[in-house]
Design a protein around this ligand. Structure first.
Ligand SMILES: NC(=O)c1ccc[n+]([C@@H]2O[C@H](COP(=O)([O-])OP(=O)(O)OC[C@H]3O[C@@H](n4cnc5c(N)ncnc54)[C@H](OP(=O)(O)O)[C@@H]3O)[C@@H](O)[C@H]2O)c1
Length: 286
């Protein structure tokens, strides 16, 4: 199987490269060396690789920046994916698009499954939903994987690294209580995405670890995993931060479709969190 992965240097993309290679696939990984917003370049490079599957893990994650200046975000998160859909049409292969809990408004009051109606509140979430719909309407074979609160070895930033860096540098933290979700380890979820793609059950999936918590609770659990429980964490709310992008207040993703298709539940996020924090502290990656 020949698999092309865009965003291959990112947190999830790099673990997808590893997971597909472990599964025996021939993997071609690209990141900024193949700018997905460049239609001519995408059409020149991707179909000629004759892929059996293309995965779009490339994204512009700056949700606040997108509210202030939408076009850079839309260019990557919508137009970039549009180019990859067109490349898949040319190559006759399926696309797996990685999406987000930000397609939901977070006001349902319980976990979202794949049958819930999206209602994105910001530019980033709107671009993700538009890309989901564009992918599904133009390609006969597609996957959409919605995930959230990722932490993994590669990539420049994530919540776990930020909490530990700020704890080390500032000695005290302020973290919001009014955003609840599921922290998700990119290695765990990359293997799930691989297994779904390899079994060819096309469609929409919510794909996260299990369990859920608020950002505040997660920060405390990160500090505990590091043995830094003494660092004080002040509970605050998003309104205190004046951020441009509204966050979904409660958006854990129920992995209903994975269950329906017979996949086992992913492990609780606290297990990979402990392994990840140990790795961050031991490897000097922090
Ligand atoms: N991180 C989360 O908590 C989270 C939550 C829900 C959903 N997701 C989704 O999961 C996917 C993977 O996220 P991630 O956390 O792994 O992100 P990431 O670490 O930022 O990886 C994305 C990669 O795409 C690259 N990229 C950006 N613009 C590109 C372009 N025009 N052409 C080619 N590559 C480009 C980035 O390069 P630079 O870093 O140099 O820009 C980065 O290496 C994304 O679709 C994201 O929307 C993430």
């Amino acid at each position: 199987m020949r698999v092309v992965i865009c965003g291959a240097e990112g947190q999830l993309g790099s673990d997808l490269v590893e997971a597909f290679r472990e599964g025996g696939a021939e993997v071609f990984g690209f990141d900024l060396d193949l700018d997905i917003t460049d239609h001519a370049l995408v059409m020149e490079r991707i179909p000629s690789l004759n892929p059996d599957l293309l995965i779009n893990a490339a994204a512009d994650l700056d949700a606040d920046g997108a509210e202030l200046d939408p076009e850079p975000s839309l260019r990557v998160n919508f137009t970039g994916n549009q180019n990859l859909v067109l490349a898949c049409q040319e190559a006759g292969c399926p696309l797996a698009f990685i999406s987000s809990d930000y397609v939901f408004d977070g006001r349902k009051g319980s976990a979202y499954d794949e049958f819930d109606e999206p209602n994105p509140q910001g530019v980033y979430g709107k671009a993700k939903l538009a890309s989901e719909r564009y992918t599904a309407s133009l390609l006969p074979r597609w996957f959409v994987f919605r995930t959230q609160w990722l932490f993994g070895k590669r990539g420049k930033r994530n919540f776990v690294k930020s909490i530990l860096r700020n704890a080390r540098e500032k000695g005290a933290l302020r973290v919001v209580t009014d955003e609840v979700g599921t922290p998700t380890h990119t290695g765990d979820i990359a293997r799930v995405i691989r297994d779904v793609c390899l079994c060819g059950k096309y469609g929409l999936y919510h794909a996260t670890n299990s369990g859920s918590c608020s950002r505040f609770e997660f920060a405390r659990q990160i500090l505990e995993a590091a043995g830094w429980e003494e660092v004080p964490v002040e509970p605050i709310v998003y309104a205190d931060l004046n951020l441009p992008c509204p966050r979904p207040p409660y958006s854990p993703l129920d992995n209903l479709n994975l269950r329906l298709q017979g996949f086992p539940p992913a492990r609780h996020y606290l297990e990979p969190l402990k392994e990840y924090v140990d790795w961050l502290l031991d490897s000097g990656e922090l």
